[in-house]
Design a protein around this ligand. Structure first.
Ligand code: AMP
Ligand code: MN
Ligand code: MN
Ligand code: MN
Length: 290
């Protein structure tokens, strides 16, 4: 299947294992209802939902590609890397995930301390209250705590004032570097994909630098389309990826129902010479129909 025909593939989605609102099972059922034949679950820094999603996918006759969206840092920017692989996660991937669990823990303490300074008392306990399943804490838990405490009217404002890029609660120092992350993915036999390249607010020149370094460090793919995207920017991104020989991936970055996005919601794919990620030699077996 060519990239342009990929109407029933979504390789970037979240479940309740991280900050999504649907359980892995319910997410797969929704994917199936929406006519997807192939999906990847890519929760933030955890694969806790993958087994349940894979089971449900099998029941529904769908293909579930195991994956994760890893938090990294590069030149002071928080960059997300999607890793996809075939079969069970290997030891180096588990080591990376343990490292990220510790990083999320340490980061939560620091975010809490910072939010207490701007008036959110008992910030850590309040964030934990938003997270009854005891997942790893994320910024959305702190955002909800800020809303509950009445410091902001809604999540959008919580990010805009306190947690978004460059704000006091945007703490990145704990994340592994891009280099360490790509090394871990390589050792685990996975394929590394730059998540939503157009969503870091990088200039075209810095995005080029990121893609250069990513490729030099062994990264092999990038999301050509992430949810809704401007067609001109998609075309330009395609040319940046072609230049570096990267494979193209696609995903909605779906988190919850009722918003603008659903599983499989993607802007149109520009014509290009890019090779789809499902044709990557190490991933071909993962994409086989059940
Ligand atoms: P974390 O991985 O803990 O740093 O949290 C980042 C997550 O917060 C992203 O993956 C989004 O799901 C969510 N997020 C980021 N910005 C916003 C925003 N402006 N409004 C709502 N949620 C956001
Ligand atoms: Mn998220
Ligand atoms: Mn992301
Ligand atoms: Mn995501």
């Amino acid at each position: 299947m060519t990239l342009e025909q990929a109407a029933h593939i979504d390789l970037h989605m979240h479940s309740t294992a991280s900050d999504g609102r649907l359980s892995p099972q319910a997410l797969m059922t929704l994917c199936h209802q929406r006519g997807l034949s192939c999906a990847a679950l890519t929760d933030h820094d955890t694969i806790d939902g993958v087994e349940a999603a894979a089971h449900q996918a099998r029941v529904l006759g769908m293909t579930l590609v195991p994956g994760v969206e890893l938090s990294t840092r590069w030149q002071g920017v928080g960059i997300h890397v999607v890793a996809l692989w075939h079969g069970t996660a290997q030891a180096p991937m588990m080591a990376l995930l343990e490292r990220l669990a510790q990083a999320r823990h340490d980061r939560a303490l620091e975010i809490a301390a910072r939010l207490e300074k701007v008036g959110l008392e008992n910030a850590l306990a309040r964030a934990r209250e938003q997270n009854p399943d005891a997942r790893l804490l994320g910024r959305p838990d702190f955002a909800r705590a800020l809303v509950e405490a009445g410091l902001v009217p809604d999540m959008t404002r919580a990010f805009r004032r306190y947690l978004g890029a460059g704000k006091t609660g945007d703490v990145k120092v704990h994340w592994p570097t891009l280099e360490e992350t790509l090394e871990g993915i390589r050792q685990a036999g996975g394929v590394a994909v730059v998540a939503h390249p157009l969503r870091y607010g990088l200039t075209r020149r810095r995005l080029g630098l990121l893609l250069d370094e990513f490729t030099e460090l062994g990264g092999e793919g990038a999301e050509l389309i992430s949810g809704y995207q401007n067609d001109d920017r998609s075309r330009d991104l395609a040319s940046l990826l072609v230049k570096r020989g990267l494979y193209a991936s696609l995903g909605s970055d779906f988190h919850y129902q009722g918003g603008a996005l659903a599983p499989g919601t993607l802007s149109s794919v520009p014509r290009s010479q890019l090779v789809p990620i499902w044709q990557h030699p190490r991933l071909i077996p993962a994409f086989k129909r059940p």
